[in-house]
Write a protein of this length. Structure first.
Length: 208
């Protein structure tokens, strides 16, 4: 195996970007780790995108095609390493991190289309050494986590609006849990209440 990868999934306030940074930092400090690293933030794979100042939601077909193009890129790079033949993992190994990917697709388009298409993409990810980390938070910290991201945006919000946002977060988390059980990518749920990003990054990389 010349390739291994981490997929970070979860709601917007679960800490995906913070953990992504911690993983990048820790992997770069390991002298035995791979030299070739690909890190794609959510802007390269998410459903809703800010396009020239306006938000656009991709159709299910367009989003599936977007994810497929990213996976095909990884497959091509790995095929090249295999073609070159056995060598030190550091020089020919490939390490990748993806943010918001297959689970995000499953939740966003639940009940739409043919599930075999995303299942096929997940099978390819599993063959490429992917492991999914589903980041979640506990109900009791939901309000604090939501408000901490952009405090000024919540200054004039009513209690009803805050409560609705918290409920949406928890409902989305539950949907992610359900779809993780259906996914072909091995998934581990990680609670991020403590925001201990460096510790979690070390734990994840030790499992790869």
């Amino acid at each position: 195996m010349n390739i291994r990868g981490i997929i970070l999934e979860g709601y917007s306030n679960a800490g995906k970007t913070s953990l992504l940074r911690a993983i990048k930092k820790l992997q770069s400090q390991d002298e035995t780790a791979e030299n070739s690293v690909i890190v794609l933030g959510e802007h390269y794979s998410q459903v809703l995108n800010n396009v020239q100042g306006s938000y656009e939601r991709l159709s299910r077909e367009d989003h599936l095609q977007l994810l497929r193009s990213r996976v095909d890129m990884l497959k091509q790079l790995n095929d090249w390493a295999v073609y070159l033949g056995p060598h030190a993992r550091k020089s020919r190994g490939l390490f990748y991190v993806l943010e918001r990917f297959h689970l995000n697709h499953r939740v966003a388009y639940a009940g739409e289309g043919n599930a075999s298409e995303i299942a096929g993409l997940e099978a390819d990810l599993a063959a490429l050494g992917a492991k999914c980390m589903l980041l979640t938070i506990s109900p009791e910290v939901t309000e604090e986590r939501i408000k901490s991201r952009v405090p000024s945006a919540w200054a004039d919000k009513s209690e009803a609006e805050v409560r609705q946002a918290c409920e949406e977060l928890l409902q989305t988390q539950e949907q992610c849990r359900i779809h993780a059980q259906l996914s072909g990518v091995p998934t581990v749920e990680i609670n991020t209440d403590r925001k201990n990003w460096d510790e979690l990054a070390r734990l994840i990389l030790d499992q790869m």
